[in-house]
Design a protein around this ligand. Structure first.
Ligand code: AMP
Length: 403
């Protein structure tokens, strides 16, 4: 079966078409600047990339994606009928969705209702789901939630110590994110350890523009660094991560700004960007640090220190972990970040093989800890789209079997 995986944002729609018989990526691309000036759609297939005029809205974006996929000259499929199902990434499943779910009108409504907790994402997902339904009414759609992997967290991990009645009324709690990535690398880790996933106890570090750390016990998430929203946790590209809430009130009064403005600032202007004053991009900040830029070095130090603290915390939560996994753009690619995060952790049984950490072929699973290390350290490339496609396939297969 061929599965179309989509990841819709407010002005973008990333897509991949996967052939699930052999886990093969047939084509991928991005509709960028939807509804803005000069929108484009990129289309990568068979080692080539083409760029076409983009779309005015999400419905048109889906139509354009289908057009490029079935194009007579460069299409990778002959007709839409070859697409067996569509899998949608959904950022916020809240307390409602504990697993990937077949989409119907009620599910779309529920995802829409959760928009308050992900105002930049859930409305775009809903637009995209409705657009797909209109353009391809007979193709089943599945929602894969970033939060659902973390629904196994115990109360003591997901609760904030606020008034219980407010938690009950408003569902204010930790939901986490990047669940699809943490779940994917946990499954990959189980394979390399030769274990069933239910036997995996590990700490997974998804480090990219957005970053989160998860404690995995018996293959399940038992704690994670992101909170009600992705603002909580480690230092990120543009997000501050953990902060005393009083800082918000302090900045509001000193900068004469509203709470919304300050939250926007903490989400978009802080982290690596805010400290370095150079960029949110880890590579660029690293390059400046190498040229002795002190603020760039400080930004890297803050990021590494915050990740290290979460590793220490989750070692305590898990009473020791068998493995630590690095994934995401920074986790997979920056040997310097991994080295800095893991330095001086011998007490916890974590010893990096610096040479291996630096010199291995990118894009594959690699063991980078020393044989002396009690805890194995792996780099595992994430593949959220494949995970989403697998979930979608599973649900659609069950649907067919039950007919
Ligand atoms: P992601 O959000 O997972 O795409 O990750 C984006 C982050 O990964 C950015 O901060 C990039 O600078 C960083 N990144 C990607 N490639 C490299 C690399 N080769 N070395 C260091 N950082 C990288």
């Amino acid at each position: 079966m061929k599965i179309l995986v989509v990841n819709a944002g407010s002005s973008s729609l990333k897509y991949q078409l996967l052939d699930m018989e052999n886990d093969k990526l047939l084509a991928k691309g991005n509709c960028e600047k939807i509804g803005l000036a000069d929108p484009i759609i990129s289309y990568k297939h068979d080692g080539k990339e083409e760029i076409f005029e983009g779309a005015k809205n999400h419905e048109e974006a889906i139509k354009k994606v289908l057009d490029v996929l079935v194009d007579k000259k460069n299409g990778v499929i002959k007709s839409f009928d070859e697409i067996g199902a569509i899998g949608h990434r959904v950022v916020m499943g809240g307390w409602i969705f504990k697993e990937s779910t077949l989409i119907d009108d009620k599910v779309i409504e529920q995802i829409d209702r959760l928009s308050e907790m992900a105002p930049l994402h859930n409305p775009a997902h809903v637009l995209c789901m409705r657009a797909c339904k209109k353009v391809m009414p007979n193709i089943p759609q599945v929602a894969v939630f970033d939060t659902s992997f973390h629904s196994s967290m115990p109360e003591k991990a997901y609760m904030y110590a606020i008034k219980y009645e407010d938690y009950e009324k408003f569902h204010v709690r930790r939901y986490g994110a990047h669940g699809t990535s943490h779940r994917f690398v946990t499954q990959e880790l189980a394979k390399v350890l030769g274990k069933d996933v239910s036997e995996v106890n590990a700490i997974t570090c998804h480090l990219g523009n957005g970053s989160s750390i998860t404690a995995i016990k018996n293959g399940k998430s038992v704690d994670t660094s992101m909170g009600l929203t992705p603002l909580q946790g480690v230092v990120m590209g543009t997000r501050s991560g953990d902060i005393d809430p009083t800082v918000v009130q302090f900045l509001c009064s000193h900068k004469n700004q509203s709470v919304d403005q300050v939250l926007n600032y903490l989400n978009k202007e802080c982290g690596l960007l805010g400290i370095s004053g150079i960029s949110s991009d880890h590579r660029e900040v690293s390059q400046s640090a190498k040229k002795s830029n002190k603020r760039a070095q400080l930004a890297l130090d803050l990021l590494a220190y915050s990740v290290k603290k979460y590793i220490g915390m989750y070692m305590a939560v898990l009473n020791g972990a068998e493995a630590i996994v690095f994934t995401g753009g920074i986790g997979e690619n920056s040997y310097e970040a991994r080295e800095q995060i893991l330095q001086d952790l011998e007490y916890l049984g974590i010893v990096l093989d610096k040479d291996k950490n630096k010199n291995f072929k990118r894009g594959q699973i690699e063991l980078i800890s020393s044989p002396k290390s009690k805890v194995k350290v792996y780099v595992i490339p994430t593949n959220e789209e494949l995970m989403m496609a697998k979930d979608t396939l599973e649900i659609v297969k069950n649907l067919k079997n039950s007919k």
